[in-house]
Design a protein around this ligand. Sequence first.
Ligand code: SF4
Ligand code: SF4
Length: 225
Amino acid sequence: MSNPKENVDSLRNVCFQWGASLFGVADLNRLNRETILIPPETFRGFPFAISIGYHLSDSILEGIEDAPTPLYFHHYQRVNILLDTIGLLLSSAIQGKRSQALPIAASQIIDWKNQRGHLSHKHVARAAGLGWIGRNNLLVTEPFGSRIRLVTILTDLPLEVDSPMEKDCGTCRVCMKVCPAGAIQERQEDFDHLRCYEQLRAFSKTLHLSHNICGICVKACRGKG
Ligand code: SF4
Ligand code: SF4
């Protein structure tokens, strides 16, 4: 497995067999490591990042009205476990080819103040050509909108890289109308993180959830731009 294109084809095929819905490769050296990785020095020596997406259940999302449902909460947790499992299996396959692989957890906060994980999965996914960052501050993909979750595996296995998608939300403003916190603005750069966070905390407290989740703008975003 030393041909970059053959490596990508082979890894994509197995990931889809394991249940993945999206697969792309980002050139990590073209990304600003200081902003997407914590701490950046831990991840030196990995030129590539594989981004894998899972299409959430549309039927479960359709059950969300004005708050996350118990079914969505369970689904969210199980999908994170599946993505972490795919990351482990892929890492094992890559290590079997005598290359390095570092799977980054799908949902693990390490900076609670700023609500950040080891890495921004959505920025890696954007660089891997899977979509763009939408007004809802989430990755938006053409086939599934924001109805996805992501995991990332860093590697030094030679891989053919994808290009970022040159697209945006265009005239769509569906998510702005449904956000209960008024956090979603015209410009993605103006997304109000604090309002969103406070709404998630309120859901978690009143619904007795162990995670800060919402799902309303995830359901609303069907993509296409
Ligand atoms: S997660 Fe909920 S509160 Fe946050 S932006 Fe989306 S709809 Fe608004
Ligand atoms: S619902 Fe529309 S405006 Fe909102 S993130 Fe998705 S594509 Fe963009």
